[in-house]
Every structure is written in C-alpha cells, then in structure tokens.
Design a protein around this ligand. Structure first.
Ligand code: NAD
Ligand code: GLY
Length: 374
C-alpha cells in the first residue's frame, strides 16, 4: 500500500470541535499522537480513582499509552477488559464493569475511560450513566467508526437479542480524544466499516462533503493522515451540530440514522457480529436511497451514485437473505424510530438533506427484493 501518502502516525496539529447541548459542553480533540500528548489529558474531572474499560485487542495495542497518559492525574488507575465483539454488547459484559467498580470501592466521582471502538464506548457510556446514577466518562475512540460517530453525542446502549441498542441512556462524555495514530493498527475491514459512517454525513447534511469523500476515497483507504484528519473533523462537526440542536432525538437527530433501519434489521436478523455495524449501515444506506427514489424524493442517479461510492469503499451493496420481506419488516418494526408499529425511515430529499418518513410496506418490500439482486 505504498501510495506516497503521509502515514496516519505522523504527528498532526490538534483540532478541536466543541459539542454544546443544553446541559453539557465538551471538546472533541482530533490529532495523531494525542495518547502521548500531555495537553490532551489536562483539566479532566479529578477523582481518587480512574477505570479504563477496554477489550483485550485494544488493550494490547494502546492500553499502556493511555495508562501512562492518565496515571499522573489519579491516585489509582485500574483496567477492566470486556470480551471483544458486537455479540458481547450485552448485560453480561456490563455486569463485569459494575463488578469491577464495586469490588474496587469506586465512588461517584470515579472517572471511566472508554478505550476502544463503538462497542466498548457504548457499554462504558451506559455503565457511566448508571453506576451510582451517573459518573463522568471520557471517550478514547480507536476505530474510525467510533471517532466519527459513536464516541460523540452521548448515546449509550447494549443490545437485546430482539433489537439493536434497545437498552440504554443518554449520557454525554466529558471529553472525546481521537488519536488518529491508533487507526494505524485497525484492520482494513474495520476501516472500511468506519467509512460507511463518514459517507453517511454527505447525503444527510453536506453535499460538498459527499463530493470531497468521492474525490478522497483512495487517500482515505490508504490511511493518508491529512485525509483521515479532515474526514474525522468534518464528520464530528456535522454530528456536533446535529446533537447540539437535538440532543434527545426529538426530531432532527434521527437523520444520523440514515441506513440504520435496514442496517439494524441486518445485524439483528443475521445475528450480531456476522456483518459489522458499518457494513450493515452501508448496505442499509443503499436501500434507504432506493426507498427515497421509490417515494419520488430523489433521482435514481443519486441512489446509483451512492451505491457506487459504497461499493468502491469495499462495503456490501447487496442485501443479505433474512428470510423474506415479511421478516425484514418484522425486524424493522422494533426500531426505536417506529411509532405505534409504523416504521419510519430516514430518506434523502436532496443531496445533503434528509427527513424522517413512513413508507407503505409494499414499497419497502419491493426495495428489499430489488436490493437482494444488485
Ligand atoms: P467495535 O467496537 O466492535 O470495534 C471493531 C473491532 O476493532 C473490534 O474487534 C475491536 O477490538 C477492534 N479495534 C478497535 N480499535 C482498534 C485499533 N485501533 N486497532 C486494532 N483493532 C482495533 O466496532 P465499531 O465499528 O467501532 O463500533 C460499532 C458499534 O458502535 C456498534 O455497536 C454500534 O451500534 C455502535 N454505534 C454507536 C453509536 C452511538 O451514537 N452511540 C453510533 C454508531 C455506532
Ligand atoms: N449514531 C446516531 C446518533 O448518534 O444519533
């Protein structure tokens, strides 16, 4: 992969995006080398104890660097490891965190650090939201997906066998530290999965960003430092703006779920961990774009443009077999955006503009059948 690109480990200047909600204000720090940058760890809430929540994969790669960074600020720092994988985003893993916190006598000032991808981040956030009715936590996302999406905005959750992210809470982190250098160790498949959430921001909020992604996809796949920095920064800016306007998803925030209604059905229907979350969202975006065409909202050219981009990113564009359209519809009715059993989809009204709409079952079924073929 010698493209002449600047490697993502090359130190880059720190960029800051601020998230402001009615009750919270915090910074997302973005740059390569932040784990080793003392400035990134100053000014966090003080406490006797800090607890790093991670998994064995990430801990082995980046755990020592995080411990070195935060040790000067806390009397004791301990680590709890959760099993790796979406199939472990459940009560059993969550209990491990609570067991650890209680066994070590952690009080309500204890600060949790989520070191890992979205699975670790969502579970650490939920543990922080509920332990002693709420303790502070810091997101230290190490996947592209977590840096551009899951670490920002305070949605925390675990899965239920019947539905994705069904049990959770809103709990904002006190800081997000995105060290781009951690992306150097990310497997290619995970990088591509993260690109799905980057691509998402174009159709829903920023047509110019979609153009930019199309032009820089090869650089992103090659992990060019400047391209990744720009992708993470612009994604975080868009997410921060949406979350700032609608923290609790009363309306606007639902657009961040573009592709997720179909995608969550894929994840739950195939069994968590079969397709990566980003892969399911990627295919779901192609399906949601086709639904937008079927509803007469956007041109077929736009849906094809998105399909081509998703495919170029090495992500799936053909829907898996979940057992017929009726099964898809059953899975999608469990979606959190559904109201009174009516599924509501994030659709594209124009490149860069999304809305939440119901759709007739027959139309959705046709999109599902069409998406099984191409
Ligand atoms: P993940 O957390 O499972 O991480 C993917 C894999 O990469 C794991 O095996 C992990 O151990 C490994 N990994 C992480 N960092 C690494 C690194 N630097 N080097 C090598 N390996 C590394 O998956 P994900 O894609 O990061 O997150 C998906 C989850 O995020 C889903 O559960 C999804 O529901 C959730 N999510 C939440 C939000 C939100 O707003 N809270 C938004 C989007 C997605
Ligand atoms: N990823 C969806 C949201 O944060 O609202």
């Amino acid at each position: 992969m010698n493209t002449g690109a600047l490697p993502v480990t090359a130190r880059t200047a720190t960029q800051t995006v601020t998230v402001t909600t009615p009750g919270h204000r915090y910074d997302i720090l973005i740059g390569a080398g932040l784990l080793a940058d003392a400035a990134a760890w100053m000014g966090l809430p003080r406490a006797a104890q800090a607890v790093v929540v991670s998994n064995p994969t990430v801990q082995a790669l980046h755990g020592a660097a995080l411990l070195a960074a935060i040790a000067p600020h806390y009397g004791e720092v301990s680590t709890v490891l959760l099993p790796d994988g979406e199939q472990h985003k459940d009560w059993t893993s969550l209990e491990r965190v609570f067991d650890h916190l209680l066994a070590r006598g952690c009080d309500r000032r204890t600060v949790l650090f989520a070191l890992g991808g979205g699975v670790v981040g969502d579970m650490t956030g939920f543990a922080a939201a509920t332990y002693m009715r709420g303790v502070p936590f810091v997101q230290v996302p190490t996947t592209l997906l977590a840096q551009v999406d899951s670490s920002v905005g305070g949605k925390t959750a675990i899965n239920h066998p019947r539905g994705k992210n069904m049990i959770g809470a809103f709990h904002q982190p006190v800081r997000v530290v995105c060290d781009l250098a951690t992306l150097a160790t990310l497997p290619d498949r995970e990088l591509r999965a993260g690109l799905a959430e980057v691509i998402k921001y174009g159709p829903i909020a920023d047509a110019a960003f979609l153009d930019w992604i199309e032009a820089h996809l090869d650089a992103l796949l090659a992990r060019d430092a400047a391209a990744l920095a720009q992708a993470v920064r612009r994604s975080c800016e868009i997410k921060a703006a949406v979350v700032g306007a609608d923290e609790r998803e009363a309306g606007l925030r639902a657009i961040l779920n573009f592709g997720h209604t179909f995608g969550h059905a894929i994840e739950a229907g195939l069994g968590y961990g079969q397709w990566l979350h980003g892969e399911a969202v990627a295919c779901g975006m192609v399906m949601a774009a086709r639904l937008s065409v079927a509803l007469g909202l956007v041109s077929a050219d736009f849906a094809e443009r998105l399909r081509a981009l998703v495919q170029r990113a090495g992500l799936p564009v053909v829907a898996p077999d979940l057992g017929g359209a009726a099964r898809w519809l059953e899975l999608m009715r469990i979606d959190k955006k559904a109201e009174g059993g009516e599924i509501r989809f994030v659709v594209i009204e124009a490149p860069g503009r999304a809305a939440l709409r119901p759709a007739p079952d027959a139309l959705v079924a046709r999109v599902i059948e069409d998406s099984r073929r191409a």
